[in-house]
Design a protein around this ligand. Structure first.
Ligand SMILES: Cc1cc2nc3c(=O)[nH]c(=O)nc-3n(C[C@H](O)[C@H](O)[C@H](O)COP(=O)(O)O)c2cc1C
Length: 214
């Protein structure tokens, strides 16, 4: 009874991060409506729900109230078209704690090429990307939504991305690639990195292929 209430209304968020093994990949598979059909063990461990609590539930079971609606609109607009999509999402665990992930989508299709399932793989996001770029942007989008609704936050997001001359996915890719370069510069002796990094002109597919090990 209690548990049912907790799932339908969602746990009360607390400002603490889930502690999890950030080398792992969280995976889930849904139908076309985002209803969960499969969740891997990492998913179960990180979100804190048992698999029997997740199966046949809408994926918004882990939706965090800090997430602006417009980001999910961009997500669905892209995945319904079968586009290559990467989004950064703050999720809500059963404990009320949060965890940030970056997603990679795959599509399973029938013989006619129609999408029949969505498969999402997620990895942890570097803290700097969240703190410096994503959190401030999402906070602004949520504030706009609260006051003026999703049409206004969509316009703001479009303006923000136009200023960068990037799509949402390209912006996310740029943040990840730049962060990786900074990490390499901090970790590798100067003499080695000069040649390697300056030559590197990575495209979204290349970066995420490596990032998700595919
Ligand atoms: C394969 C797949 C994975 C998804 N993963 C997440 C996720 O990790 N977190 C999340 O909040 N929404 C995720 N969504 C989007 C949700 O279905 C939903 O749109 C979102 O939580 C917003 O809830 P709402 O549509 O009820 O506003 C995913 C959707 C699909 C199809």
């Amino acid at each position: 009874m209690n548990e049912e209430r907790e799932i339908s209304k969602g746990p009360i968020p607390i400002d603490k991060e889930v502690s999890w093994d950030k080398t792992q990949t969280i995976m889930s598979k849904t139908d076309l409506y985002g209803t969960i059909e499969y969740a891997n063990e990492v998913f179960v461990d990180v979100c804190g729900y048992e698999d029997y609590e997740l199966m046949a539930k809408p994926h918004n079971i882990i939706r965090h109230p800090d997430m602006p609606k417009i980001i999910f609109k961009v997500l669905w607009d892209n995945i319904q078209k079968g586009n290559q999509f990467h989004g950064i999402v703050k999720n809500l665990a059963k404990s009320g704690r949060y965890y940030w992930v970056i997603t990679n989508f795959e599509y399973s299709r029938d013989e006619s090429g129609n999408i029949v399932n969505y498969i999402a793989r997620r990895k942890a996001v570097p803290q700097d990307v969240i703190t410096k770029y994503i959190e401030p942007l999402y906070k602004k989008l949520s504030q706009i939504e609260e006051v003026s609704g999703i049409n206004a936050s969509e316009k703001y997001l479009i303006g923000f991305l136009e200023e960068q001359r990037l799509s949402y996915v390209d912006y996310i890719t740029k943040l990840m690639v730049e962060n990786e370069k900074v990490q390499q510069i901090q970790q590798v002796p100067q003499a080695v990195i000069v040649g390697e990094i300056e030559d590197e002109d990575e495209e979204s597919r290349g970066f995420f292929g490596r990032f998700f090990g595919r």
